[in-house]
Design a protein around this ligand. Structure first.
Ligand code: NAP
Length: 299
């Protein structure tokens, strides 16, 4: 197997960390980015064996600070002869809440990280990808294909990523660079614990309070849900690093496949009712749960 030069963003946890470790184990040379760089990496046990191989190099990249991209790009130019086989744009996060309660900072920050930062980073890697006729793998989300209540700005950031990826697909095809989007449903990573909530959404919100409390309760009990193992997404990313021709979109996860199916089959007015019904059911169930907890609690 030919040893590849692979750049992955966001290797501190989740899909990025697991992919980085796996690709180094397979013998590839990996440049990983994480906020806090090597100093932070020392406290991440999973990275230590990969670092010991000498095939993993880490750089401190904060997607909202384009000047932090320079050292990684300089490394590609000087140590990798200006060539790169695969770019995996993985780093990202979510801000959840009703559109009405998102602050300007929420709106801008979500787009800065998941969209602008990712695009600016990608631009800088294109000459190196052109040299090898490489590929770009953008980790989007099922929320990049359809949206849900409270997912508005996260979805918007991923929809934007989808749009620009499609244009890149056409623009880069003549240059031999391939582009692929990965559309995961829910997987067990740090994603849910790092989710931020809309700045202007309090529990006693007159309009969205019930939904907000239901969402909080679900987040609190998230450890009880068995989300699928993220290694399935890692298997897919690894496969897409090696496969000769890659598909433009790959949906992964049962929930994601089901949602895509429903989106395709159901007219929007039916979907609105289905999602409304699901949200009402969730809020009622959480209300009943908190009331029974109050009754059962010692006075
Ligand atoms: N897990 C899921 O269910 C799921 C579903 C669909 C899509 N996704 C997408 O999958 C990708 C990876 O997420 P994950 O599930 O692996 O979550 P994760 O464990 O939270 O990992 C996210 C990574 O992105 C990094 N990151 C966040 N904000 C950043 C910023 N401003 N600058 C640089 N790096 C930043 C994080 O770094 P820090 O540790 O420094 O915060 C972390 O390394 C994301 O793009 C996410 O939208 C996840």
């Amino acid at each position: 197997m030919k040893r590849k030069k692979i750049l992955i963003t966001g290797v501190s946890s989740g899909f990025g960390l697991l992919s980085c470790v796996r690709l180094v184990e397979m013998g590839h040379e990996v440049l990983g980015t994480l906020r806090g760089g090597l100093t932070r990496a020392r406290s991440i046990p999973e990275l230590q064996p990969a670092l010991a191989t000498g095939r993993l190099t880490l750089f401190d990249v904060e997607l909202v600070q384009p000047e932090s991209f320079r050292p990684a790009m300089a490394f590609i130019a000087s140590q990798w002869g200006g060539s790169l086989d695969v770019l995996i744009n993985n780093a990202g996060f979510g801000i959840l809440g009703p559109i009405e309660r998102l602050s300007e900072e929420d709106l801008r920050n979500q787009m800065e990280v998941n969209f602008f930062g990712t695009v600016l980073f990608t631009q800088l890697t294109l000459p190196a990808l052109r040299k090898t006729k490489g590929r770009i793998l953008n980790v989007s989300s099922i929320a990049g294909l359809l949206s849900f209540p409270f997912y508005g700005i996260y979805s918007a950031s991923k929809f934007a990523l989808e749009g620009i990826s499609e244009a890149l697909l056409y623009e880069l095809h003549p240059q031999g660079i391939q582009v692929g989007l990965i559309e995961p449903g829910g997987f067990h990573t740090s994603f849910t614990s790092s989710v931020r909530q809309a700045a202007h959404l309090g529990s006693e919100d007159a309009v969205y309070g019930d939904e907000k409390r239901a969402m909080d309760a679900v987040m609190k009990r998230r450890h009880q849900f068995t989300l699928p193992d993220p290694s399935r997404v890692v298997d897919l990313l690894v496969k897409l690093c090696h496969q000769r021709r890659i598909p433009f979109r790959t949906v992964i996860g049962r929930d994601a496949a089901l949602l895509c199916f429903l989106r395709k089959m159901l007219p929007t007015n039916v979907l609105v009712r289905v999602l409304g019904w699901a949200m009402r059911r969730l809020t009622r169930a959480e209300k009943a749960r908190s009331q029974s907890n109050k009754i059962g609690a010692p006075s």
